[in-house]
Design a binder for this molecule. Sequence first.
Ligand code: G6P
Length: 617
Amino acid sequence: MCGIIGYVGKQKAKPILMEGLKRLEYRGYDSAGLAVLDKAKVKSVRAVGMVVELEKKIAKLDLKGQVGVAHTRWATHGKPSVANSHPHTDCKNKIAVVHNGIIENYLELKKRLSRRGHKFKSETDTEVIVHLIEEERRKVNDLFEAVQRVLPKLVGAYGIAVISEADPDMIVIAKKGSPLLFGVGDDEYIVSSDAAAIISYTKQVVYLNDGEVAKITPKGYQVVEIGQGEVEKESVKISWTQESAQKSGFKHYMLKEIHEQPQAIESAIRGRVDKFIKEGSQTPILGGLAPTKEIRDRLAKIKRIIIVSCGTSYYSGLVGEYMIEEYAGIPVEVETASEFRYRRPVIDENTAILAISQSGETADTLEAIREGKLKGALSLGVVNVVGSTIARETDAGVYNHAGPEIGVASTKAFTSQISILTLITLSLGRQRQMSFVMGKRIAEELKRIPGLVKKTLKKEAEIKKIAKKYGKYDNWLYLGRKYNFPIAMEGALKLKEISYAHAEGYAAGEMKHGPIAMIDSNFPSLFIIPSDSVYEKVVSGVEEIKARGGKVLAIATEGNKEIAKLADDVIYIPKTLEMLTPLLSVVPLQLLAYHIGVSRGYDVDKPRNLAKSVTVE
Ligand code: G6P
């Protein structure tokens, strides 16, 4: 989704902005642009397509300016075109703005501004912001004041960065609903919508909260909360390393992240279960989940959990539902975050709303959690990005510590989320009826999972061959039951996202109520069929597909010879506890999607139309 970079300091802004744009590429975008204050003039260049297109356009321009803003755009209002790309400028090209988010009342504002003589050059919602700033800047002393006067007129979400000829050493930034932060250097500052884009410059960052506006100059920064006055903002240190945000020899981020899963799962459980296993302490250590006595007490009393999330995080939530209900005995519902706010969910103070989000910035998930809080629920988060909005706005939560996930198709965040949900299950279960023996068994098995994932990853060459064989099919059915029903949906999502093949994830038992009608020899079915409590039921499904001439690819437990006779191809995974099988069964599905995507010639790190972090509703 759209990305913002800004720079103010003592170096030339252009190379820093270009580098930042490249680091934002993974988020998904369709055009890019930048504006630099060069010899006291706003110089702006924009291009449709990848950042290299902008690079070509800009190569010969010797921009010396030390202040600038840049943007990658993911079109919402107005098609991808140069005119619609950011930065947008005012009537006289003296002010430039980049914007993430959506201004909902832009049509009304545009009408009024046009009546007052403003000339619009794009179809975007963003452009109204710069014309409003143009008007206000005439009435006040500096850009900082002008922006503060404009923000209350905007309805919707924004992260903005603005520069102006009349305010040569300054960037003004503001946030409401879209992530924005700035890195603190030595007499220099780098603004970004994404911490991963700036860690090569500095790891000290200041996160803006909604409603805050900052003026940044080489000499320092000042932050104001609209209508409330100045606020003290301390910088915090990001622990991610630069290498963790690079490909480290892998062809794609996605492949690197698939292979990072053993470490990601290890990081999710490190220091959290050892004491529990050794000393029989009551629950695993999840400090963030019970930061105060009040929250600990509320958690012990909750009667219901509603998980809200989107995309891949939604599917990990479904696995969490099965685990928590089975082992902690608490009723759980999982709701697509975008649906939650627009109906009338029943919530009370004994309900906990649990947001699962890799980025911690997904707009739908954020709004769902806000809605839950408003109605009195305890709000919890399972979030990977430290300091992100969801992490800051929830009452308590658990960080994944999976490191930056750059691949648009989420992989390591998913298995990390399921690992954390296992720990939450243990924690809530032990506060209730779960015996220590049961808890210990689950915790010990969870500790074995990184090793078992490593073993599964060794199947890559075999999976690559299978991908070649099956890569030609444009339609798939992915089937699983119980804990592996969500994995069927996640596996199908992976295939759709990066190979553009149509795949439907279905509950294996539902297959006979509709999807089976589509089956023929060109429509393969992928069965996730570990040797678990529903194995026999799923085998019947395999038989039914085979009887109708359908091809079957199965993910099964090592040692199962029966399935090899039934299915056309089998990928084996190690044996583990039923509730933990998703952590293994998803791995071949990720690799299969990856290799099918690559064999079809697609750039799997930049799937068309998708964004890593969807910060608009
Ligand atoms: C986007 C991404 C998905 C991701 C989803 C939820 O659609 O492309 O990979 O699963 O957002 O993101 P979150 O950061 O909230 O987990």
